[in-house]
Design a protein around this ligand. Structure first.
Ligand SMILES: Cc1ncc(COP(=O)(O)O)c(C=O)c1O
Length: 371
């Protein structure tokens, strides 16, 4: 007998077979923000000028769409290694965005009896992916100004012996960097892997990549997303080759499509252009920080990323978020994301024009709310 898609037996079949840990999850809120000024996802506002676009399109013309991609993305890996100045004893692996690399690491190491650990608040994917794969997730509270609480972190490492520790450098959404002392102490204390997530490296220009290869438990991951190529979905990971050999068994063979491989190879010949845009954003970050610091009632946290964390006056976070949305600007509302982020919004640093629109509307919304 055919079972109807609205029938009770179908619904109970879904809840019977989908494990509770998945059913209890909420869908990750990724918005399209259609028609709005989108300042919620750290997208880079700059696109290639026409002459570079034309050259890029010529490259794409050569891509054979009937064939599977190069599973090792060899040409791209070679170029990337040179660009990063990686030593020969360090391996490189690519992911469909750094999200996928986080997932691959977690799938390789995690399991019901394993702990994945991160200081929090931090990037939501660490805990989400840990839950999806059925590992235990332990978040270690940061200090009041969002620094890593080193004694608490070392105690948690001692207690839980995590298979993997994620340290975002700088941290999303709080914008602050890990100090070299913290990284060294965590590397010494950890029995498992330590992953330095440098998604915002273009804006922090601070890295632990040169330590990879000196420590057998250090991995660094980066992404092209924030540099201005989010649509291509390319992240990369550098680390000891023995770890990568295991990760590669978990990675799906054709995870980087040929259009992305060709596009990033092309982009690597134009890194001066990307660097120039990142420098503009870094300057704008200082300007926007200063402007927002002058808005009564707001607390703004300094950031090494292309975003700022802003705390609105008590009880006003949701209303400010809605006011900005009504005025056509989408930012990230973090109020419910973590207890330490009450009343907090995260805003992407964009062009001067966009940042000024945000500053103006935010000031107006707060004034209307009588704050
Ligand atoms: C800290 C951090 N890591 C990784 C990512 C994922 O980036 P992508 O999957 O676009 O490479 C993000 C995205 O916001 C992030 O904030």
């Amino acid at each position: 007998m055919k079972r109807s898609l609205s029938g009770e037996s179908f619904k109970s079949s879904v809840s019977r077979w989908v494990p509770a840990r998945i059913r209890n999850l909420s869908l990750y809120p990724a918005s399209t923000g259609k028609g709005m000024l989108k300042l919620d996802a750290m997208e880079n506002p700059y696109v290639w000028p026409e002459d570079i676009r034309r050259l890029w399109q010529q490259e794409l013309h050569k891509v054979p769409l009937n064939c599977y991609p190069d599973p090792q993305a060899s040409a791209l890996c070679e170029q990337l290694k040179k660009w990063c100045g990686l030593n020969n004893n360090v391996g490189l692996m690519l992911g469909n965005g750094s999200d996928e690399l986080i997932q691959i690491i977690a799938m390789t190491l995690g399991g019901p009896d394993r702990v994945i650990l991160a200081p929090e608040p931090s990037f939501a994917m660490y805990s989400l992916i840990a839950q999806v794969i059925g590992a235990q997730y332990v978040g270690v509270r940061r200090t009041a100004n969002f620094d890593i609480d080193l004694p608490a972190l070392l105690d948690a490492i001692d207690e839980h012996n995590p298979c993997c520790i994620f340290l975002a450098h700088p941290n999303n959404p709080t914008g602050n960097l890990c100090t070299p002392e913290v990284v060294e102490r965590v590397l010494d204390a950890a029995g498992g892997l330590v992953v330095l997530d440098e998604a915002y490296h273009a804006f922090s220009r601070s890295t632990f990549l040169d330590l990879v290869g000196d420590h057998d438990n250090l991995i660094v991951i980066r992404t092209f997303s924030k540099l201005g190529l989010a649509a291509l979905r390319l992240g990369f990971l550098a680390g000891p080759k023995d770890w990568l050999a295991e990760f590669n068994k978990v990675r799906l063979p054709y995870n980087i499509n040929t259009l992305t491989q060709a596009s990033v190879c092309f982009a690597l010949h134009h890194m001066d252009w990307f660097e120039g845009r990142a420098a503009l954003i870094r300057d704008e970050r200082t300007r926007l920080l200063r402007a927002l610091e002058g808005v009564p009632g707001l607390t703004v946290y300094p950031s090494a990323g292309n975003f700022l964390l802003v705390r609105t006056p008590a009880g006003s976070g949701q209303a400010v978020f809605e006011g900005l949305k009504d005025g056509g600007i989408l930012v990230k509302n973090l109020h419910s994301a973590h207890p330490a982020l009450a009343e907090c919004l995260r805003v992407t640093v964009s062009t001067r024009e966009h940042n000024e629109s945000l500053y103006k509307l935010l000031s107006e919304v707060l004034a209307q709310l009588g704050r």
